[in-house]
Design a protein around this ligand. Structure first.
Ligand code: C2E
Ligand code: MG
Ligand code: MG
Ligand code: MG
Length: 280
């Protein structure tokens, strides 16, 4: 509560600052508890093969809804999880759950169904990740080549990139994708010597491509560049047919977006797997 004497103007702002600090503290506490008690959820968004429209795999996306705080976006809670030091148990839970699901999908599907899991750059620099990933693959029986770890360009940018971690994951047969490609600062030099398996073109470019011919040409060049590096190129956030057609013309390999499917609960995955194509 504010002091009765208003001599210090500081006091005027205090209740509000306290409220936001209290809210933040509450979120941190609840997130810690949610991770510990495994109260987070996962949804899965298909990755579509752009030549056929078939489902090539799914990306696991984390969801958190708290009884009092309501739903909170991963854009908000993942950075908090990093700051309060629970990103490792969170990632371990996501990997275990998602790989278990993916192993099951591969039992019910004739085609190979890949699974993508987002990994925070800070965690990717940690050598613990190798043991975690190999343990989860062993436990769930998902073949390593069907697991793809998505990391943003912040990874490529960093000087402390743990090449041993990266090399061990690649040696295990796990795939690595650069997420939100084009929005960060990855250098061509690091991209060419890292041997990443795919580049995911950020939604920002996919959106702007329709109104800006420069951006459209840029997307074409990004796809070509990806192919020069022997990477698959995946476009993120496709919502419109026009975007699909342009990307197909450019030879983009895959895509994700509401045009094909929103992220779905695990019980809706088998239905998607039965469809020959998600093109409509
Ligand atoms: P991301 O990995 O780049 O995931 C793509 C985001 O775009 C997802 O948001 C997805 O729901 C959304 N999206 C897909 N298609 C469309 C579309 O057509 N239109 C629009 N408007 N959005 C689309 P989401 O699920 O809110 O996740 C946001 C970010 O949070 C992710 O970006 C990822 O960086 C992070 N994240 C989510 N789950 C995890 C996790 O388990 N671990 C870590 N480290 N990060 C996660
Ligand atoms: Mg991603
Ligand atoms: Mg992305
Ligand atoms: Mg993103």
């Amino acid at each position: 509560a504010a002091k009765a004497s208003g001599k210090n103007c500081f006091v005027l702002y205090e209740p509000e600052m306290t409220a936001s600090a209290e809210y933040r503290f509450k979120v941190e506490q609840c997130l810690r508890e949610a991770v510990e008690l495994q109260q987070l959820n996962l949804v899965y968004q298909p990755k579509v093969d752009l030549t056929t429209g078939a489902v090539a795999g799914f990306e696991a996306l984390c969801r958190w809804s708290h009884s009092q705080l309501g739903p909170i976006s991963p854009i908000e809670f993942i950075p908090i999880a990093e700051q309060i030091g629970v990103i490792k148990p969170l990632t371990a839970w996501v990997l275990t759950c998602a790989c278990r699901q993916a192993a099951h999908w591969n039992q019910i599907s004739d085609a190979d169904i890949s699974l993508a899991v987002n990994i925070s750059p800070s965690h990717f620099l940690d050598s613990d990740l190798v043991g975690l990933v190999s343990g989860v693959l062993q436990e769930t029986g998902l073949p390593p080549y069907l697991l793809e770890l998505e990391v943003t360009e912040a990874l490529v940018q960093t000087d402390q990139l743990n090449l041993v971690t990266f090399g061990s994951l690649k040696a295990m047969g796990v795939k690595v994708a650069i997420d939100d490609f084009g929005t960060g600062y990855s250098s061509f030099a690091s991209l060419s010597h890292l041997h990443v398996d795919s580049l995911k073109i950020d939604k920002y470019f996919v959106d702007d491509m329709l109104n800006d011919t420069k951006v459209k040409k840029l997307v074409g060049s990004m796809i070509e560049m990806g192919h020069s590096l022997d990477c698959k190129v995946i476009a993120e956030g496709i919502e419109l047919r026009d975007q699909l057609e342009i990307l197909q013309t450019f030879g983009c390999d895959g895509a994700q977006g509401y045009l094909f499917s929103r992220p779905v609960e695990e019980d809706q995955v088998p239905d998607l797997l039965q469809k020959a194509t998600l093109f409509t």
